[in-house]
Write a protein that binds this ligand. Sequence first.
Ligand code: SAM
Ligand code: SF4
Ligand code: F3S
Length: 461
Amino acid sequence: MPNYHIQTYGCQMNYSDTERMESYLQALGYKKTSTFKTADLILFNTCSVRQHAEDRVTGHMREIGKIKRKKPNLIVVIAGCMVRKSSSRYSSKRDKLFNAMNELDIALRTEELPRLAGLAREINPKIKIPEIKEESLEDYFCITPTHTSHQSKAQAFIAISNGCDKFCTYCIVPYSRGREKSRDINDILMEANELVENGCKEITLIGQTVNSYGLSKYDKEKQFFKDLKRKYPKKEPFVYLLEELDKLHAKGLQRVRFTSSHPKDMSDQLIKAMAKLKTQMPYLHLPLQSGDNSTLKRMNRTYTTAQYRKIIQKLRKTIPDISISTDIIVGFCGETDKEFKNTCKFFDEMDFEHAYLAQYSKRAGTTAARFIKDDVPEKVKNERWHNLNDILLRKKSKKAHERFLGKTVNVLVENQKGKTCFGRSEHFKIVQFKSGRRLLGQIVTVKITKAKEWILEGELA
Ligand code: SAM
Ligand code: SF4
Ligand code: F3S
């Protein structure tokens, strides 16, 4: 039996896609292996959001080249966000990646996963790949994922949409993943139901902008969204989905998280649903990107700081205890010291409890790369990153943690190393505690005894 080895980079969406890639390879008769050397097929599920993410993959190619010389039938696949055109080394129109990587055999766009078997046969028709009915896999969402990203069955990702229609000027995603397409609500509910029947307690809904679920131009043509609109004209499809998932609470589903959401689609209806539904957690990740209106405009984020502030005020009024985290890019094209200071000021005002901070990285093909000059020196980007991280974020995160001191929180244990357990609280805080019992996948009550910058520590209550 041939072996496959997958390496995954990037966001949770990619980890969720890997679960489908694994299912597909297993259906082709491949077995998982944990090293390059023991693999007959190596697949890199790549991220293209920053240059650094791409460099991590290309950095492996020397080693792969050495293995390939000893094992000429090894198939090397690059899938995910670095790929623009699904192709094999023998295709007449190939992806650009082939020009830079001699070791590469197949480039595969994620949503074209069902084409992998055909492309592999182009590489070596002698390779024994058991026939599978490709028509049954036509839609990549129809491939059943392995749900193996988490250590226990208590947690699972469910992809609800793919692609993005927002076209922020710095972002590669609308080009790498294509236009936004949402998945049939009935398929999502079936997958969720099955997971919960198998012991799942926490589902994370995955997509680039999950709160625009069912609203894209593509989605509006789909019969199931048309039916939904006819039946409930005022209900947003994403809110409907959350309400339907909430019904699984009776069967044991405790938590429904979602990521990422976009401020433009953060409606009152959604905020009310988050407050009302039993499976909704007091936590939201809402990417801001910049706290300066001119920068936001150049980024094509389609909201102002005043509009963002209003959303946060509504969220805090409706869900008083909510923890909010965000994404920020520093050093975007044309960002002046004053604009950066505005971001720091706004960050402080919004009282974010956590943030993923990135230094702007020019991505070929995006609007920013074509039309706006990447004029902030790397040194300045770095200084701004440290400014925001070391002065503001650390302070905010610690302060947010301190409010849990002496309190008890419910933790879903997602990792256990010896006697040390790690998990997330309802507010998405990382909590560490000791226990001699096997607690993986259980929700336990922990009394918080220490509030550190990035982590809470406690003991079983
Ligand atoms: N859809 C989400 C949103 O609306 O913000 C985010 C998805 S994006 C794949 C993840 C994060 O990567 C973004 O929030 C942004 O902070 C960061 N990012 C995207 N393009 C970037 C670039 N060219 N340079 C640096 N960071 C970038
Ligand atoms: Fe990228 Fe913007 Fe879409 Fe997020 S909303 S994936 S940042 S284009
Ligand atoms: Fe990277 Fe693609 Fe996610 S570019 S961040 S893996 S959507």
